[in-house]
Ligand binder design. Structure first.
Ligand code: GAL
Ligand code: MG
Length: 972
């Protein structure tokens, strides 16, 4: 006999968004529920209608089967669908998982309403209990609930079967840029309620202290009993049902399922408002009573009192125009794919707080419900995004009436689930799905249902940022050039806030010009921030031996961003997929194990709550750059770094400043007369324990220069310089002589932005050096060489002069006109083995580049050479340090070499030649060299963000013409 649900073939019917699924609601059902997580019997069928009857194995719930030991592996595509079938069709090969287990329904649940909740299933869920059809659901990132009261008996055992079909009509609107998975990715549970129950609770709390709680009540046992009522308790204060109690009685036939409504209204005096900086929450308990007062149902909520409004072109939180320092976050884990634990999410948010973020866009679907609780608690503004991305077939689907239900269903279910979270400040209709009537339908629903929050949709607003009649209340472009944003804000045409939904693409070594973005934002009224793309590098931990995902067994097999030996971070193509989009899935500010990339320090400094300036008359001026908090939660320490090697410290007293205020503070040191260049740094840490940072956690390190460098005297001496017949320097500590380098191992931005292909066309990756002349002039030796590319020749001159304490190298390179945008101009040499410690005076300690150096203060830094390198998933230029004035490379402070630079330069010291990095596709393929590869650059191209978005600005590019630099090499 054909099964009724299978016979519907819901996987190819976009109009069927669900069958017998309960309406979404915000009632908290966690307490008293029976968790059904754990091992389920499992079979993977080749297609939904394939005969069942194979062997059962087991699968862990929650978890994607693609991350467990099945032959259906993860596959990564960005825009394109992984198959050619047009919407709403799916491929014939359509992996379908059968999950089965027995459930003992507690005897105590007799007379109760029993509900099954499946947290998330990709992409179609069919539910059977004891072989009987129960329901169908789509919408892969929201829960589905089914009333089992009629199919299970308390005290008895029931067999629950969940059939999950991987590909469906819905996949065409779940075409987000991420791995494709199949399975049940969030928890499954069973709970019971009284037949008289809270069907939904809506809480609206305003910053002025008003709170309104709307309750919807049903009775599945019969008519609503006359005389039921609701009550509440807010942080222990009793709340009573409002006078305007309004109930649709059982006799009113227009109201289905015996629906009632009741409202609580109250005003809390002296309320502590909620903001991302001050996430004040109150505990609310809502109770539904039978006429005799007995409690039939209870729901618990955490309430934040806050207002969101758009006034002109400003988005206001509690009346304040706040900067949105956001990030796009996917639910991701390197071992479990899309299944994330509460602890993991807390770790994500804690890290984001520590690096100055205050906002999250839940790209591109409603995230795990716990994420919103954490955002309420830790303090984030959330743009909550519905699970709609029709990227590959956007144009057709946006206006396809067959998908209308799905659009409204997905947006409305998200709103119904998340409406009570103070953290959620904006609803997003989805991502990259063109713009059509289906969006307007969804926007209409939201605007009517929740007038307390704006709606945004990039696809609508991009047609005209200044429009006033589309589905978006915010202009939320992606990757708009800084100049375009500024021009719009200055045009006089701006009608709504401009907050980029995605900007500064973090793929590989990236996020160049982030500081320039923020300089523009902070100086241009009408610009309010944006969301960096994105939080995660989605590398999946993979066993190299058999190519399978390591899965949960891989716990702990990684550290500091690097996979353990025998493992690697897999990206697109690594699971043998024919159709994939490579490393584009690795574009986050953290590695797959959440290790921060250096770009995060840039963001931290840009977001600094405390800033200092050095002004001619006032001296040191300190400012509070927060919106709502004073500085009392912060402590400071002054640090004075002098070029002569000294670092002086003194405790700092942070003044009592309101948000936006500044004050002059006394200079904590008498600046020593000698000592050369001097930098004053304020190390700001948490003064006490914050929920996201223990006392003493570094928050920012603002810095000002107090004195420029002193002129240095170089005294020539009469000593021999050894140079070989080709004019190459011979030195006991150098394994290879300094030669000219114009190339770097292309970053993802260089490759995808079309920059590296030009370099290759010019032949910069394989310049051929031809010695031209070697001339001795007393002790001084001048070596001239030509470096020929495929087009263009560069003349390189090195003058070696013995000086007191070492050897001075003066260099020049003359770039022909055709080399109008090279990677670098500088010298590269290799050292003998054993020099494993780098100490430098310059910017650091983390990696920095010319267009990403705001977060790296000048100071005296020291790191083991192996720690200098950043292990970007696809090896590329890495490990650079900007603004280096001098460095030593030694065997732990003993013997070694010292280099003094003519001016602050870009320097890198790694174990890898550029060619080694370029040849490797994964970090585990790199074999570190024993010696060091040292680059000293007269100029180094900015890293930009051209893998998706603007390239670096012209100021960070290298023009043709003559470049000169010099340095002094000595032996320690
Ligand atoms: C955007 C898109 C994101 C991601 C990003 C590039 O266009 O919304 O999902 O694909 O580009 O990494
Ligand atoms: Mg996309």
């Amino acid at each position: 006999m054909t099964d009724a649900l299978l016979a519907l073939r819901p996987w190819e019917e976009p109009e069927i968004t669900s069958w017998r699924r309960l309406p979404m609601n915000a009632v908290d059902r966690r307490s008293g529920a029976l968790p059904l997580d754990g091992d389920w019997r499992f079979q993977l069928l080749p297609a939904p209608d394939a005969p069942v009857g194979g062997a059962w194995s087991s699968s862990y719930v929650p978890g994607a089967w693609t991350m467990q030991d099945t032959d259906d592996r993860p596959q990564y595509t960005n825009v394109r669908m992984p198959y050619t079938e047009y919407p709403p069709q799916s491929p014939a090969a359509n992996p379908t998982g059968l999950y089965e287990r027995e459930v003992d329904v507690p005897v105590a649940w007799a007379g109760q309403r029993v509900v099954l909740q499946v947290g998330a299933a990709e992409s179609v869920l069919l539910v059977h209990v004891d072989g009987r059809p129960v329901g169908v659901s789509k919408d892969s990132h929201l829960a589905a609930e089914f009333d089992l009261s009629r199919v299970v008996r308390p005290g008895q055992r029931a067999t629950v079967r969940l059939t999950v079909v991987k590909w469906s009509d819905a996949s065409h609107i779940e075409d987000q840029d991420q791995w494709w998975h199949g399975g049940i990715t969030r928890s499954v549970l069973l709970y019971a309620t009284d037949p008289l129950h809270l069907a939904d609770v809506t809480v609206r709390a305003r910053a002025a202290g008003e709170v309104r709680v709307d309750c919807r009540v049903r009775d599945t046992g019969g008519a609503l009993p006359a005389g039921w009522y609701v009550s509440g308790e807010l942080d222990g204060r009793p709340l009573v049902q409002d006078e305007e109690f309004d109930r649709a009685g059982a006799e009113d036939e227009r109201v289905s399922d015996f629906l009632g409504e009741a409202r609580i209204l109250a005003t809390v005096p002296d309320v502590r408002p909620w903001t991302a900086e001050t996430p004040e929450l109150y505990d609310l308990t809502v109770r539904l009573h039978r006429p005799d007062g007995a409690v039939a149902d209870t729901s618990r909520h955490r309430v934040g009192f806050r207002d969101v409004e758009i006034a002109g072109r400003d988005l206001l939180i509690n009346g304040e125009r706040v900067y949105i320092r956001g990030v796009n976050r996917h639910d991701f884990h390197p071992l479990t794919g899309r299944t994330v634990s509460c602890d993991d999410m807390r770790a994500d948010l804690v890290l984001l707080k520590r690096f100055g973020f205050n906002a999250i866009r839940t790209s591109h679907y409603p995230n795990d419900p716990a994420l919103y609780d954490l955002a309420d608690e830790l303090g984030f503004y959330v743009v909550d995004e519905a699970d709609i991305e029709a990227h590959d077939h956007a144009h057709e689907i946006a206006d396809d009436p067959r998908y209308l239900n799905a659009f409204v269903d997905r947006v409305s279910r998200m709103v119904l689930r998340d409406k009570n979270h103070p953290s959620v400040i904006v609803w997003s209709l989805g991502n990259e799905s063109d713009y059509g009537a289906n969006h307007d339908a969804a926007a209409g629903w939201v605007r009517r249902h929740d007038p307390t929050r704006p709606v945004q949709y990039e696809g609508a607003a991009k047609l005209d940022w200044a429009a006033t009649d589309d589905a978006s209340d915010i202009a939320c472009p992606m990757y708009a050039p800084i100049e375009d944003c500024v021009a719009h804000a200055l045009s006089g045409r701006q009608t709504r806030p401009l907050i980029q939904c995605e900007y500064s693409h973090a793929m590989g070594n990236s996020n160049g010009t982030l500081a320039d973005h923020w300089a523009a934002i902070e100086s241009t009224p009408g610009l309010q921030g944006g969301f960096i793309w994105e939080f995660w590098d989605h590398g999946i931990l993979q066993r190299v031996s058999d190519g399978r995902p390591a899965g949960r067994a891989g716990a702990g097999l990684y550290a500091d961003g690097v996979a353990a030996p025998g493992h690697r971070w897999a990206y697109g193509g690594d699971f043998g997929e024919a159709v994939h989009d490579g490393a584009f899935v690795a574009d986050g500010v953290v590695f797959p194990d959440r290790t921060p990339k250096p770009a995060l320090y840039e963001h931290r400094e840009i977001a600094a709550p405390v800033r200092i300036e050095c002004l001619r008359h006032e001296g040191i001026v300190l400012g509070n750059h927060q919106h709502f908090r004073g500085l009392d939660w912060l402590a400071g320490e002054w640090e004075l770094s002098l070029a002569d090697g000294r670092t002086l410290t003194a405790p700092a007293e942070l003044p009592d400043l309101s948000p936006g205020e500044t004050a002059a503070v006394p200079l904590p040191f008498a600046l020593p007369r000698d000592g050369g260049e001097a930098w004053l740094t304020l190390r700001v840490t948490t003064a006490g324990d914050e929920p996201w940072a223990p006392r003493g956690t570094e928050i920012c390190v603002p810095q000002v220069r107090l004195r420029g460098p002193a002129a240095r005297e170089v005294v020539a001496v009469d000593r021999r310089v050894e140079v070989d017949g080709d004019g190459l320097l011979v030195h006991p500590l150098l394994a290879s002589a300094p030669t000219l380098s114009l190339w770097r191992a292309p970053t993802d931005n260089d490759e995808l932005g079309g920059i590296a292909p030009r370099w290759r066309a010019w032949g910069l990756d394989a310049l051929v050096r031809k010695p031209v002349s070697v001339r001795c002039d007393g002790a001084r030796v001048t070596a001239v060489a030509e470096y020929a590319g495929r087009v263009g020749v560069v003349r390189h001159v090195q003058v070696f002069t013995p000086v007191e304490g070492g050897l001075r190298v003066e260099e020049s390179a003359e770039l022909p006109e055709e080399f109008d945008d090279v990677a670098r101009v500088g010298s590269v040499f290799e050292t003998v083995a054993g020099l494993d410690l780098l100490e430098w005076f310059g910017q650091g300690p983390w990696e920095s580049y010319p267009d990403r150096s705001t977060g790296a203060p000048v100071g005296h830094h020291r790191l083991a050479v192996d720690e200098l390198f950043t292990p970007y998933l696809r090896p590329q230029e890495s490990g650079g340090r900007h603004g280096v004035r001098r460095f030593t490379l030694s065997a732990s402070g003993a013997t070694g070499l010292a280099v003094e630079l003519d001016e602050p330069r870009q320097v890198s010291v790694t174990r890898h030649r550029d060619a080694d990095l370029t040849a490797a596709a994964h970090h585990d393929e790199l074999v570190p060299r024993a010696g060091c590869v040292v680059h000293i650059d007269a100029a180094h191209r900015g890293v930009g963000t051209a893998s998706c978005g603007p390239d670096t600005s012209p100021a960070y590019r290298i023009p043709p013409g003559v470049h000169r630099w010099s340095w002094t090499l000595s032996v320690l």
